[in-house]
Ligand binder design. Structure first.
Ligand SMILES: [Zn+2]
Length: 314
């Protein structure tokens, strides 16, 4: 039994080590180092601008607890990436027509109004194009009939040949224009698809019954996510997918940095750690501060208490 006196502490040390490896850096392992990873140029931000936004996001937490929590390092284990997909693409297109996406009921209603307007426009453009394609096909048929007649009348004059040549090149021009319009219609359909996907995802976030737009079934069940924090095999990453302006970018970064610190979601819609990026405020809410203190093991008097338990959620 005597060997237990040293076996037990060794086992406990291993268990503690395993705990910290799966639960993230403990308060003693702060600051968390990060580096700016990939930044899709379509966001229109330089790496420097992204780095400044991250610094500002980090400082929101640092000011709240009066200590360094994050630092930018070239060989850090946490990459911060900006990945451009249908979310930002839809957002950028909406910006062009005065719209804005955020996870609120108002933004959802506005988005639906844009979708309805664009759908009406799409139907009109499609109907016009379809009528013009029919008319073009009639012209082509008439042209073939005239050409065949001209060939049968072997005595076709130079005038008739010239006429047919002019007609042929005008038909060719019409065909090219129709192709351009077909491409435009396709782009409109893509825009609509993106908007409907985003609208459905926001509806999911807000627990609203989704509108029944055509062929949207595959998008159901997804939530509109502006960013995520992942911890896998000892490496961490933050990915940002969408932000409507700089303040929202700083907020989404602060939210994901909060997860990296071990903060969980709080119930206050104004808070940075609310599950949706609804507010424009860049001040941590009291619920955020409480969550930060809990994660860092800080009591009201500023003294560390027990070791914080972290969750790998996003
Ligand atoms: Zn979250």
């Amino acid at each position: 039994m005597r060997h237990l006196t040293w076996v037990l502490p060794v086992i406990i040390s291993f268990l503690l080590l395993a705990f910290f490896q799966t639960q993230g850096p403990g308060p003693g392992q702060l600051p968390i180092s990060y580096r700016i990873g990939s930044v899709d140029e379509r966001f229109g931000l330089t790496r420097q601008e992204v780095a400044e936004a991250v610094e500002q996001a980090a400082s929101l937490w640092e000011k709240a607890c009066g200590r360094d929590l994050f630092c930018e390092l070239g060989d850090a284990h946490m990459d911060i990436n900006l990945v451009y997909d249908y979310r930002q693409e839809t957002s950028d297109k909406l910006k062009g027509i005065g719209g804005r996406i955020d996870n609120t009921r108002g933004s959802y209603e506005a988005l639906n109004a844009h979708i309805e307007q664009l759908q009406a426009e799409y139907r009109q453009v499609k109907a016009d194009l379809s009528a013009d394609i029919d008319s073009y096909n009639d012209h082509v048929e008439a042209f073939h009939v005239r050409s065949a007649q001209a060939m049968r009348l072997e005595s076709s004059s130079g005038d008739l040949t010239r006429e047919l040549d002019i007609e042929r090149s005008s038909l060719e021009e019409m065909r090219e224009q129709l192709q351009v319009r077909q491409e435009e219609l396709k782009a409109m359909a893509e825009t609509l698809k993106g908007m409907v996907a985003v609208a459905n995802e926001i509806a999911n976030n807000l627990n609203i019954r989704v509108r029944d737009y055509n062929s949207t079934g595959k998008d159901l069940g997804k939530e509109f996510s502006e960013g995520c924090y992942e911890r896998r095999n000892g490496t961490q990453s933050i990915t940002v997918f969408h932000f409507s302006d700089r303040a929202k970018l700083v907020r989404v970064l602060a939210h994901e940095l909060g997860h990296a610190l071990g903060l969980k979601h709080v119930d206050n819609p104004e808070a940075i750690m609310y599950r949706l990026n609804q507010s424009d405020s860049l001040d941590p809410a009291p619920d955020d501060i409480a969550a930060l203190h809990q994660a860092l093991g800080i009591t009201d008097k500023g003294r560390p208490t027990s070791v914080a338990v972290r969750s790998p959620s996003h």
